[in-house]
Design a protein around this ligand. Sequence first.
Ligand SMILES: Cc1cc2nc3c(=O)[nH]c(=O)nc-3n(C[C@H](O)[C@H](O)[C@H](O)COP(=O)(O)OP(=O)(O)OC[C@H]3O[C@@H](n4cnc5c(N)ncnc54)[C@H](O)[C@@H]3O)c2cc1C
Length: 301
Amino acid sequence: MLKRLEEILGKENINLEEPMAKHTTFRTGGLAKYFVSPSTIEEVCQVVALCTKEKSPYYVIGNGSNLLVSDKGYEGVIIHLGNRFAGIKLDEENHMATVLAGTSLSFTSKQLSKLGLGNMAFAAGIPGNIGGAVVMNAGAYGGEMVQVIKEVTYLDEDGQVVTKPVSELKLGYRTSIFKQSKRIVLEVKLQLTPMNAGELLNEIEKLNASRREKQPLEYPSAGSTFKRPEGYFAGKLIQDSGLRGYQVGGAMVSEKHCGFVINKNHATSSDIYQLIQDVQRIVYEKFGVHMEPEVQLVGEF
Ligand SMILES: Cc1cc2nc3c(=O)[nH]c(=O)nc-3n(C[C@H](O)[C@H](O)[C@H](O)COP(=O)(O)OP(=O)(O)OC[C@H]3O[C@@H](n4cnc5c(N)ncnc54)[C@H](O)[C@@H]3O)c2cc1C
């Protein structure tokens, strides 16, 4: 397995027994047996074909900003689509941009805004990569990825590279056909709207200031830990359940924003997982509402 991975990617793009705490914004998680960073679509396809042939589990990550990886780690191949798999191609005439999956969402939003290509300002403070943002249909302040995606090129479950329009991708509230599937987002074409660059950059500054004021950005987290239950706000339910500041080991319900679970002090993934379960149980007992985690679990819990 290692020899073939080296042939496909080169030794320098493979890490063995890699601490996942280095690749998740929670800063927790055990060791990945193989951690690989492809730089081309062809390399992604070859790695997936190899894993399939060798019956090795694999899991794709972007910036790890919505992941809780088990302390026991991952006994397979983590395929990291990050800065080696990044780039933006512009078609200014048609106000479109094609973005590789590993490109930072925040960078993309700022670059396009500077060029007066609008409707991405909402995404400037979301610390994911474009691929992860499509999978999760990331959104904030009234904007959502579904509003700007024209089409997505992905590796489907049969190992074919296909391109589909957004209407076929079932993007909904923090979901899409990519979630919990073996499909891998490779490239995204965005349809933007010409706007005033200065106004877009001001809007980004305003939204980021609002995040700094309301969110516990000074601690590692994965943003909102839970999805918004229909008819409620997750943070308010947690607060009204008396859980502000509730702790399990080093994990804590943020005092600044109860919707965030933070790594307050050397938390493990088990601490965070236990805290999530406690919140679910207590909120359910108080309000009869099921809180579904937004955070994706990787490995054994
Ligand atoms: C401080 C903070 C604030 C946040 N604020 C917001 C917010 O306002 N709105 C919001 O929606 N989210 C927010 N998030 C959550 C997170 O940033 C988003 O969900 C983001 O889109 C995840 O992208 P990622 O690249 O980090 O994905 P990861 O966390 O690496 O992965 C998330 C999921 O996507 C899958 N995935 C990733 N890349 C690919 C790919 N190329 N192909 C197939 N599957 C893939 C993974 O397997 C996993 O299931 C916040 C997080 C933090 C830490």
